[in-house]
Design a protein around this ligand. Sequence first.
Ligand SMILES: [Fe+2]
Length: 403
Amino acid sequence: MFRPVAQLPLDYSVFKDKKSVFSWAPSGAVLFGNGASVRTGEELKKLGVKKATLVTDQGLVKFGIAERIIQSVREAGIALDVYDKCEPDSSVETVERIAGLAQDSDVLIGLGGGSSMDPAKAAAILVANGGSIRDYQGCDKFTKAPLPIVAIPTAAGTGSECTPFAVIADRQRAWKMPIGGTGIMPALAICDPELTYSLPAGVTAATGMDALTHAIEAYTSRCTEPISDALAMQAIRLIAHAIRPAVYRGDIDRDARYDMMMGAMLAGYAFTSASLGISHCMAHPLGAQYQVPHGVANALCLPVVMEFNMGAWPERYADIAGFFGEDTCGMSVREAAKTGVRCVYELLEDMPIRPLESFGVTEGSLERLADDAMLGGDRPNNPRMTTKEDFIQLYRKVMTLKK
Ligand SMILES: [Fe+2]
């Protein structure tokens, strides 16, 4: 049985500046490339794994992607249990069922989007520490090292394959529960762009916009540092150029699929250190209260949030225009920053994303949504401070998009 490399505790101090000491210890190995996932069994064998539990969903079973991994693991002579009933926004109950199944496993394999990787991470905590997953909401709340995680993303989005975070839906409270801890950073991420070739346009758009939100929020967060900046910049560049071809000709444009998966992974590493901003504070209540898919919520909130934040750090939003390929020579910083925001509004226009109204969000929803957005853990990391009234205005603007 193997254990991830020891890590420093997560550092959430805000206002990092050049006088601050920051830690960078993301750990975890990465195997990246077309066809990488067929090497899953071989990789587990090298790590000394004898028994594994695979966590996935019915869609991946149906499309034969789960079978590809199951075959690879079994061919390597590793015993395998399979949990294949993850639902969108996996719940507390799902985590408990996975933990029950994985009691005698050496490793949990999360195969899918965040809705498979995150419950695998959460179950890894429960197997080692017991109790209810509700006991571990927050950061570093567990004492025993969780079961190691191998994460295999099947969409370029959440970046969960390279973050020490999981988000679990607590349906009793209509709340998305954040759980973080260095021990749930996947010990190995296997990123295989081939697994995304058959993703439909809508899912590619939503997950891709989530990844872009991670990169932009990490680049403009109050917790930025030079390493996260380097990762976020490259993530924005890759996603800005690859997302349209990945969405509209993702069945044939393999380079676009490759760049999206790389961009999503780099963005995951960036926000592991730099944290996120208020687009995520707004997206989580939309998911918990109205089942708006996480990527759709972020796609709609991101440009509105950028416009709101722009004045707090215009230089960064000006950079974003450049990452999108805009020529900002001769522009003032403010003009360039506005161009950066415009690029994201235009991108959203081009994406097959549904309006908020179609999920049942109305003017009467805004008060409660704003209350929950105020509780978002990333609110202090956003470049501009926000009040409840700000959130109401922001949601109101988001409701006007894509109509
Ligand atoms: Fe996200």
